[in-house]
Unconditional design. Structure first.
Length: 108
C-alpha cells in the first residue's frame, strides 16, 4: 500500500468545482467547494453574528471563484444584487458543500 506523501497532499487541489447558471444574475458562475479554513471562516461568521443577516452573501462570496480558484466577490457585492439570484446561489452552494444544517440555524 502506498501512502500519500506530505508534498503530494499539500500540492494537490482536491476541491470540487461546478458551474452554476443563475438566470437572475445573467449567466454562469464557478462554484468551488469550501476548504476546511473556508468552512471555519463561515462558521465563525455565523457564531459571531447576532442574527442570520448576511449569511447568504457570506457563503456565496466564499464559494464563487474565478479561474484562479480565488473568491471573485465580497459579501457586500453579492448582497447588492437581486435576492432571487442570491437565493438560487445560496441553496446551490449550501447543497454542494453538504450544509443542510444551515436551515436549522435560520429557523431558530
Amino acid at each position: 500500500m502506498n501512502f500519500v506523501t506530505k508534498d503530494e497532499f499539500l500540492n494537490s487541489n482536491n476541491l470540487k468545482k461546478m458551474d452554476l447558471k443563475i438566470k437572475e444574475w445573467g449567466g454562469m458562475f464557478r462554484v468551488q467547494e469550501l476548504s476546511g479554513s473556508g468552512r471555519d471562516e463561515f462558521e465563525s461568521f455565523c457564531m459571531e453574528a447576532k442574527n442570520t443577516s448576511g449569511i447568504r452573501s457570506k457563503l456565496v462570496s466564499l464559494s464563487f471563484v474565478g479561474e484562479d480558484g480565488l473568491p471573485m466577490f465580497t459579501p457586500q457585492e453579492i448582497a447588492s444584487k437581486c435576492f432571487a439570484g442570491l437565493e438560487v446561489a445560496f441553496k446551490a452552494v449550501k447543497k454542494f458543500n453538504l450544509m443542510d444544517e444551515i436551515e436549522e440555524v435560520e429557523k431558530n
